[in-house]
Design a binder for this molecule. Sequence first.
Ligand code: NAG
Ligand code: NAG
Length: 500
Amino acid sequence: MLEIFDLELIGKPAILGFSVTILAVLLVVLYGSYNVFLHPLRHYPGPLIWRAFRLRYVISIHRGDFHLRLKEFHDKYGLVVRVAPNELSYADGAAWKDIYGNRPGHPLLQKNPTTFQKMNPNDPKSIMSPDEDAHSRMRKAFANAFSEKSLKDQSPLIEGHIQGFMSQLKSRSGKPIDLVEWLNFLTFDISGDLSFGESFDCVKNGKAHTWVEIANGFGRGLAIIATVNLYPPLNKTLHYLLPKKLMQRQMDHREISAAKAEKRLAMDTDRPDFVTPVKKFNEKRAGIQPNEWSLNMGIIVFAGSETTATGLAAIVRELLQNPGVLARLTSEIRERFEEERHITIATTGNHPYLDAVINEGLRIAPPAVVGVPRIAPPGGVTICGRHVPKGTYVAVNQFPANRLERNFRYPNSFIPERFLDNNPKTDNLTAFQPFGIGRHSCIGMKLAFAEMRLVLSRLLYSFNIVLADPKDRWDWGTQPSSMFWVKKPLRVVLRKSGRT
Ligand SMILES: *[C@@H]1O[C@H](CO)[C@@H](O)[C@H](O)[C@H]1NC(C)=O
Ligand SMILES: *[C@@H]1O[C@H](CO)[C@@H](O)[C@H](O)[C@H]1NC(C)=O
């Protein structure tokens, strides 16, 4: 009886289960071995487990330490690292133009569609879309909204927002505040006003608007979707398992955007914002289609605010942690201006040390932490002088590139001087492209610079700023990232400088 029980009821399924397990393990080992020993990318260096399986990469993205691992790998393996069976990470300045530039006689490298999936198959295309034709049409339509001339027209609107921001901060001087939060309020108010025809009023209310609150979770959402899409066809099922709340919030967000975009489009006005130039463009050529407005405006609001707020927060933190730089910049700003009201976009435009400080901040803390991946075209492509087979994912990853000793001497130190009198032997600026290059580079670069110069000049003119806790000092790069930086608070005390 006991014998029968054993063999018939437990024995066979156990043996079967055991065999299935063995088989599965065998397949996984075979797959990993193939990737390590036979795969066309086998000659590229990288950590073993990452070369063998994509899983380690995905885990790292979800942990938020991806940028730190990449830095570790580039420090160890050099300018190019294989970080997944089919993905190469570059920290070589030459890779910028090979991957993102337009090289005559070379096919374009398309955006990796796994990162830029539509949420819904019937969603309209956006300016972030991997579809090059749609992208190029939209980019042309938006180009005028971000020109030098438009920036000049938009300046009073932007300066008005800074004015409100400064009054709020002045009324809170002497008490600790979180500058990360306030910079976020400001940059979202500005790009909201330029895109939707009205401010989110975050600064006025001292509180994030629902749209802004949801947008702050975007990086996490994008990271989840991007990694889920790495596993087709499983991604179809996995999509249903995504947190309901996350999906609902995305839907809410879309609805608010749609309502806001519609409201702005219905306004009969020539107000100097992003919409007026595009409307003018649309009169002559196929620009932005009616169903494409709201998604694009949402993207532009987000892309313009999150990144600028990050840049500013990082720069202020570095200044507070590097008193010598802070002292020099502060005295230069206070010498340049007699009165606070003279500080405008136009008057902050020509200040080399300020620009050096901004660039150094963007180097230490690139708002686009890691690269937007591209795909090697059919027939493969040459990157940094080496053949890369078709279908390989390739990216320049800014954080490890900017923190590589080989590209920048004392890479983890905040030294704006390296941008003033550049010595190409110690600081190789070809590696430094905070706004990207090529047809998908950041369209809002001039505006971002204008905002950063204005905010920094106003802050340092009017306030002596100190860390609320003098011991609250750390390297920006130790924060987690999830597509973007998951920013920790920047608690400071602002004391009025007496200059008005
Ligand atoms: C800077 O980097 C580029 C790209 O890798 C390289 O071609 C150039 O020689 C480097 N410059 C110096 C001075 O090392
Ligand atoms: C799954 O990912 C692939 C690309 O990796 C994509 O083509 C497909 O549309 C995705 N499916 C869903 C439901 O998003």
